[in-house]
Design a protein around this ligand. Structure first.
Ligand code: PLP
Length: 389
C-alpha cells in the first residue's frame, strides 16, 4: 500500500492500476518459452501495429518515454548550446531530455484552460538559437499544433500522456509526421511495464533512432560493430509482447477510462469550487490518462492530499512546476514569478485515483472524501483566523 494511504472500509483506492488479463499472461509466457527475450520478432510486430493504430508511417520501440524523447530530440538536431522551447507544467522528463544534450530548456507559460504550453508565447520565444519546440499534450489534451507548426521550427511532440487523443483538426495524436513519443509505464492508457515508442513520418528518423537505441549499430552491421554513438534504449520482446496484447484491447481500455472520467464529472459537479479538466473543444479529443482537479484558490493542497490519504484515497500534487525545481533554478536561474499561470495551477492541482476498473462506488467515495477534505481545510482556516484563539 502506498505510504500515507490508510486502510478504510471498502479498501484503499490507489492512484492507478493496470488492467491485465489472461491474454497478457499468455503473450509474455510465449516469449519466455521461446528463449528469445530481446531483439526478436515481437519488437517489429509491436512497432508496426502501434504505427498503424495512430496513423504514423513508422515506429521505434524504446525502453521508456524519456529515452524516446531523448532520441527524438537528437534526431531533430538538438545539440550543445541550442534552445528547446517547452512547458514548465509537465513531468520533469520533457525538460530533462534537452539538458541531456546540453541544450537549454526555454520555458513559456501555459494556457489556463487547456494547461498546455501557450502556443502564441512559444512562437514569440523562437530565436536564432531555437533548435526545436517540444509541446507536451498535458493530461492527454492536444496542444495547439497549428500555431506551433506555423513557426517552421522542428517539433518533437511529447505524447506520453495522450494515447487515444485527437488534435483540433480531428487527426489522431501521433499522425502529423513529427516525431511523437508515447510512454507505457503501468499508469498509462496501455502498459509494457516500462517502455515507450517514437512514431514518425520520416524513414530516416526511424533509421537513426533504431540505430541509436542499439548502441549506434546500423541494421546491416555485425555484432559489436558500431558506426555512431548510441545508447542501450532497447525494449525487450517480453515488453513488446505485453504491448501487443494491450494494443489489442486498447479500445476497451480507452473506453473504460472515458467512462470513469464521465462518472467523475457527474460526481464532482457537487463540489462547484473545484476546477475540473477542460471539456473537449471542436474536434480535439482528450486521450484520458489521469484525472487532475484544481482545488479552490487558497486551499491547502498538501493538507488535502493528507486528508484524502486518511480516508483511504490516494492523491498526489500534479505537476510541481519544473522551473521551480532546485536543479532548474540553480542550473538555469529560473525563479518564482516567471510563469504565473503555471505556478498557480501547479499549486492547486492534484491527481485523484483514475484507472479503467473504477466503478461508481469508488468514484463516489473519492468525491465524498474530497468534499470532506475541503470542508476540513475550510474549518481549520476559519478557526485559525478566529479572534481570541
Ligand atoms: C509528459 C510526460 N513526459 C515524459 C514522460 C516519461 O515517460 P517514462 O516514464 O516512460 O520515461 C512521462 C511519463 O510519465 C510523461 O507523463
Amino acid at each position: 500500500m502506498p505510504s500515507g494511504l490508510q486502510a478504510t472500509a471498502g479498501g484503499p483506492i490507489p492512484l492507478a492500476r493496470p488492467l491485465l488479463g489472461d491474454a497478457e499472461e499468455r503473450a509474455v509466457l510465449a516469449v519466455l518459452r521461446s528463449g528469445q527475450l530481446s531483439l526478436g520478432p515481437r519488437g517489429p510486430e509491436f512497432e508496426q501495429r502501434f504505427a498503424a493504430r495512430v496513423g504514423a508511417a513508422h515506429a521505434s520501440a524504446v525502453s521508456s518515454g524519456t529515452a524516446g524523447l531523448h532520441l527524438a530530440l537528437r534526431a531533430a538536431g538538438v545539440s550543445d548550446g541550442a534552445e528547446v522551447i517547452t512547458t514548465p507544467f509537465s513531468f520533469v522528463a520533457s525538460a530533462n531530455v534537452a539538458v541531456y544534450e546540453r541544450a537549454r530548456p526555454v520555458f513559456v507559460d501555459i494556457d489556463p484552460l487547456t494547461l498546455n504550453l501557450d502556443a502564441e508565447a512559444a512562437a514569440a520565444a523562437v530565436s536564432s538559437r531555437t533548435a526545436a519546440l517540444l509541446p507536451v499534450h498535458v493530461f492527454g489534451y492536444p496542444a495547439d499544433m497549428a500555431t506551433l507548426e506555423a513557426t517552421g521550427v522542428p517539433i518533437v511532440e511529447d505524447a506520453c500522456e495522450a494515447l487515444g487523443g485527437s488534435y483540433a483538426d480531428g487527426g489522431t495524436i501521433g499522425s502529423r509526421g513529427h516525431p511523437a513519443v508515447f510512454a507505457f509505464y503501468a499508469n498509462k492508457q496501455m502498459t509494457t511495464g516500462e517502455g515507450g515508442i517514437v512514431v514518425t513520418g520520416d524513414a530516416q528518423v526511424k533509421q537513426r533512432i533504431d540505430s541509436e537505441r542499439n548502441q549506434g549499430r546500423a541494421p546491416d552491421m555485425g555484432w559489436l560493430d558500431h558506426d555512431r554513438l548510441g545508447f542501450n534504449y532497447r525494449l525487450s520482446d517480453i515488453a513488446c509482447a505485453l504491448g501487443i496484447a494491450q494494443l489489442e484491447r486498447l479500445d476497451e481500455l480507452l473506453a473504460a477510462r472515458a467512462r470513469v472520467a464521465g462518472l467523475y464529472r457527474q460526481a464532482l459537479a457537487q463540489i462547484p469550487e473545484l476546477t475540473l479538466p477542460c471539456e473537449d473543444s471542436g474536434r480535439a479529443r482528450r486521450g484520458w490518462f489521469v484525472y487532475v482537479v484544481q482545488l479552490p484558490p487558497g486551499a491547502d493542497r498538501d493538507r488535502a492530499v493528507t486528508e484524502l490519504g486518511t480516508r483511504g484515497v490516494a492523491a498526489k500534487p500534479y505537476f510541481p512546476a519544473i522551473h521551480l525545481m532546485s536543479y532548474y533554478r540553480e542550473r538555469f536561474g529560473y525563479r518564482r514569478g516567471q510563469f504565473p499561470v503555471c505556478e498557480e495551477v501547479s499549486e492547486r492541482s492534484i491527481a485523484i485515483p483514475f484507472y479503467p476498473q473504477m466503478g461508481e462506488a469508488e468514484v463516489t467515495r473519492v468525491a465524498q472524501a474530497l468534499s470532506a477534505a475541503l470542508r476540513q481545510g475550510r474549518s481549520s482556516r476559519v478557526s485559525l483566523a478566529a479572534p481570541g484563539r
